[in-house]
Write a protein that binds this ligand. Structure first.
Ligand SMILES: [Mg+2]
Length: 354
């Protein structure tokens, strides 16, 4: 089997530009995948940059066997060091093809279904206390069992908000705060002190650098999860050595499912907690995330991000969160979504052919 062409679509998702890529092969099998870089000041990645990367990488993988995914990755890495979201969307389409070619879901090919029903997490953003408490209560009523509380603004205001939300949630709720690398060390320490001793929640990427994040953990005793500063295995190893206890793995940040799987396996081997996530996305991102989450040990998987629960339009039929706050992966071959409704996508942005 050979890759014959790559077609790239774009559509306006609710908050961001999304990219859909389809890889066709010389068989009847097509691979679909999705990536959506967040704002350009979030990671060393941008929508226009990833489009440019796709145009540069695409011609080099035409003619390769999409089922030899490590070979495809090796070629992509030879073309450029960056372009992680571009590489991710190609890598994910190859996994979709591999699964369809052997009639197995991707999570089986990743080692099997270790977590039948991964817990989904809800994100509670910023807002005044009554608004965010109401939002958390609404999510709780829906059956959510894991919540990520956004922080990273004024540390005193953030601490008040986190305390108010934590108070209404049952002890069994998995709760953690995510600053998205927005604080410096000074602000992160103020937040932790204002939070007080009575609340213990893991803190995700309080500062930009590993050094500062690890220092927050050392001084406060709070478990630290890293997200925005883990790209490679070396980053993960350094994080673990510095006392970091968890990692949020975003497929498009690390270059795709092939690399995410290796990081996930290493993190689990190091007894770290794993969140499965992506920068943004919609239906296909949700299904893709679910493949990695389902193949992760349940005692090491904190939760998985289900973008389909809060973005639209959904371009394909995918599993949705159940009333127990969990999600069951489907047994469809490939990345676990039905046929893609191309009407949502409009005309392709461009196509790369042999
Ligand atoms: Mg995060």
């Amino acid at each position: 089997m050979q890759i014959t062409d790559i077609t790239v679509f774009s559509y306006k998702a609710r908050y961001n530009d999304g990219v859909y890529t389809i890889i066709r092969t010389d068989s009847t099998i097509e691979g679909w995948s999705e990536t959506a870089p967040l704002g350009s000041d979030y990671l060393p990645s941008s929508f226009t940059g990833e489009i440019a990367a796709l145009k540069e990488i695409g011609p080099k993988i035409i003619g390769l066997d999409p089922r030899s995914i490590a070979s495809v990755n090796a070629v992509m890495d030879k073309v450029m060091l960056s372009g992680m979201a571009a590489k991710s969307v190609i890598d994910l389409a190859c996994w979709d093809i591999l699964g369809k070619s052997v009639d197995l879901p991707t999570h089986v090919l990743l080692g099997g279904c270790l977590t039948d029903e991964p817990p989904a997490f809800s994100v509670i953003g910023f807002g005044d206390l009554p608004t965010v408490v109401h939002k958390a209560q609404t999510e709780l009523d829906k059956g959510v069992i894991a919540m990520q509380l956004k922080v990273g603004d004024d540390p005193l205001v953030d601490a008040r908000r986190v305390k108010a939300i934590r108070k209404i949630l049952p002890e069994s709720m998995k709760v953690w705060a995510d600053a998205n690398a927005s604080w410096n060390l000074d602000q992160a320490l103020v937040f932790a002190r204002a939070l007080g001793q009575e609340i213990t929640i893991p803190l995700e990427q309080p500062c930009r650098s590993l050094t500062d994040c690890a220092e927050v953990g050392r001084r406060t005793g709070l478990p630290i999860i890293l997200d925005e500063c883990v790209f490679t295995m070396a980053d993960l190893m350094a994080a673990h050595a510095a006392g970091v206890t968890g990692v949020n793995i975003k497929l498009s940040r690390v270059g795709g499912l092939t690399k995410a799987r290796i990081l996930r396996d290493a993190a689990v081997g190091l007894e770290m907690m794993v969140n499965v996530d992506d920068t943004w996305g919609c239906a296909l991102t949700t299904a893709q995330n679910l493949q990695l989450a389902a193949s992760t040990r349940p005692d090491r998987l904190r939760a998985v991000d289900l973008f389909a629960e809060w973005t639209n339009p959904l371009i394909s039929e995918i599993p949705r969160m159940q009333s127990n706050g969990r999600i069951t992966p489907v047994s469809l071959p490939g990345n676990g979504f039905g046929s893609v409704n191309i009407e949502h996508l409009g005309e392709p942005l461009f196509q790369i052919t042999a």
